[in-house]
Design a protein around this ligand. Structure first.
Ligand SMILES: [Ca+2]
Ligand SMILES: [Ca+2]
Ligand SMILES: [Ca+2]
Ligand SMILES: [Ca+2]
Length: 250
């Protein structure tokens, strides 16, 4: 057989194949993402592989909360308790007293639009716990008798250093975490009073009319607390059970 007839045969074969209009390669399936809240942004954790878009699924995979149609990358961040625009931060500020803060707590002191103190949105330790260590004066650092705004954090550190009783107010505040923020402490007497004022004027945070511990010690057996019903501050016995609300600075 010569080379020419082989080339002719090959040409005929190629023409025959070219005349077949059916595509032998199937369309590849793509990944689709569930859009439960119908905000057009998909849940990266719930997928389906299909050629055609399944009902309830979208091509986007950037919804960080697929149960909330007001949360997705197309939203504007507002000061509340959630990451509205899915960029990983809860709130961007600026903040005023009564707003939700950077961690999603309640702002009760605003020294500037982006700095102040915020309180946890819930109590720590349920209905209350002891201040700890009656009969012992906290001596580490400058002690725990600071009353002013700005002293709560240092009071708390000193209490943690010197009082090893379990489940005490300072430990519950220190152990609290919210939205990745773990720098909480027990407020000083004046910080607590600012918190009461916020509660009394804005009525947010669900404080009710409980007594709340401050981190401000008052001698060997006492520490300052405040009644959130009438605002009265009193020195209470360290061994009594009183409510706890952690705060943090930002
Ligand atoms: Ca969605
Ligand atoms: Ca959503
Ligand atoms: Ca955000
Ligand atoms: Ca927000």
């Amino acid at each position: 057989m010569t080379k020419l007839p082989i080339m002719l045969l090959a040409s005929v074969f190629i023409v025959a194949c070219g005349s077949d209009e059916k595509d032998p390669t199937p369309t590849p399936a793509t990944t689709w993402y569930a859009d439960t809240d119908l905000d057009t942004y998909g849940n990266p954790a719930v997928t389906q592989s299909a050629v055609d878009q399944p009902s309830g699924y979208v091509a986007d995979n950037t919804d960080c909360d697929d149960d909330d149609m007001d949360v997705n990358p197309g939203q504007t961040e507002i000061n509340d308790d959630k990451d509205n625009n899915c960029d990983g931060t809860i709130n961007d500020g600026p903040y005023s007293v009564g707003d939700r803060g950077p961690a999603g707590g309640w702002v009760f002191i605003a020294t500037s639009p982006f700095h102040g103190l915020e309180a946890a949105p819930v109590n720590q330790g349920g209905s209350g716990t002891t201040w700890g260590c009656p009969g012992t004066l906290i001596a580490s650092g400058n002690g725990a008798e600071g009353l002013e705004v700005g002293t709560g954090y240092l009071n708390t550190l000193a209490i943690l250093q010197d009082c090893t009783d379990s489940g005490i107010a300072a430990k519950l505040a220190d152990a609290y975490t919210l939205n990745g923020f773990d720098d909480w402490f027990l407020p000083s007497q004046n910080e607590l009073n600012a918190l009461y004022t916020m509660w009394n004027t804005h009525v947010v945070g669900g404080f009710g009319s409980d007594h709340f511990w401050s981190s401000s010690e008052n001698g060997v057996n006492g520490a300052w607390d405040q009644h959130f019903g009438d605002g009265f501050q009193d020195s209470n016995y360290k061994g009594y059970s009183v409510s706890v609300r952690a705060v943090r600075a930002f």
